[in-house]
Ligand binder design. Sequence first.
Ligand code: NAD
Length: 441
Amino acid sequence: MRISVIGTGYVGLVSGVCFAQMGNSVVCVDIDAKKIEELKQGIIPIYEPGLEEMTLENYKNKTLNFTTDATRAIRESKIIFIAVGTPMGEDGSADLKYVLAVAKTIGESIEDYTVIVDKSTVPVGTAEKVRATIQEQLDIRGVDIEFDVVSNPEFLKEGAAIKDFLHPDRVVIGADNEKAMNIMRELYAPFMKHHDRFIAMDIKSAEMTKYAANAMLATKISFINEMSQICERVGADINKVRNGIGSDSRIGYSFIYPGCGYGGSCFPKDVQALAKTAKDFGYSPRILDAVEAVNLDQKYVISNKVIAKHGEDLSTKTFGVWGLSFKPETDDMREASSITIINELTSRGAKVVAYDPKARYEAESFYLKGNDNVSYVDAKYDALKNADALILVTEWQEFRSPDFQKMKELLKEAVFFDGRNQFSKAKMQEYGFEYIQIGVN
Ligand code: NAD
């Protein structure tokens, strides 16, 4: 099938590459001319395991192409995916300006029956707005062209995006007629050879499914973080409590890791967008509001522990930081807890020496740009040299089994703040560290 994917970010690029991998003819479109030019030269704008190899292979095979010419790409495609960003607007709602701009271009350009797929995370009712925007343009052109708008929310996880896309837990499609649904079924058939994971539903339910999924996952994280706060106060150990509750199959172990708060481009904005939608429809979403509030506080837990130990004035202190990205296996720093933690420390005069396997460029160029108290190193142990403590923020695999002896020798003091509870307190004390975790006294 001939497909256009409009918006070549984390979701658009991964989707385009994976559809190409299945033998479709795919054009990835973006308004960012530099990004498109670089992609044509084989420079991949983001880090995602497996993405570079698969992009280069499909571009070479000509199953995948890149362009800024949306009109041409749209005219040549039977299916058009909208995969542009839906950032948070000022009032917490999802800002649909990019989605509707693409819809307008589609309305200005289509010539034959086309299926338009909302892949961006968009509030309930957006497919209707996309349909109306396209129809308005067709009316202006004075043409009568059949088209369908379907919802196909994306559930991939950054850091495992290719794997998730090629082997999805489920593919949710919301459509209001069989013709469009069958085209989507055919497109996704190669991704579910072993068993059917295609879940068909109405458009509004599909749009809502994405928000409900992210809200549930964020709720699990804020729940365990709230438990960790209670544990600290009553003298319990959240790691043991986690083990105790996760063993219940109704609860399960996944997504109940205590930590220094969730970040990323999805949970924070999607929880708030859903809360805003609820309020717009006259419902007060108490759980969603609490999930967000707990998470905001949780981002300060580590810096507060540092201040509790070292005092408010940190002007003579240096801290090594391991991990900057919002989670491992990605260079994405959107809403990363590292930003809050580092800014809290440096605003009190501290120096920070940061190491991340992939996110250094993002941090240096955008998210911590202009913060002169932060310097960067390219090897994890270099962040420890003469530091007053180590702070682990992102649980990259290379931090799982470090050389504790070497760490002790490099640090000025063997103090370790662990924002992801990676180690056993008893073991760390045996190694001679003052080991400060979340949810453990
Ligand atoms: P992103 O910011 O990485 O990429 C968006 C891209 O769209 C950018 O390259 C931008 O230049 C391009 N763009 C904007 N306007 C355009 C236009 N008019 N024409 C062509 N290109 C245009 O965003 P992302 O992380 O890929 O997220 C995209 C959507 O998918 C969002 O709604 C997000 O919530 C959702 N989503 C993201 C993830 C994730 O893990 N990142 C997972 C599931 C769903």
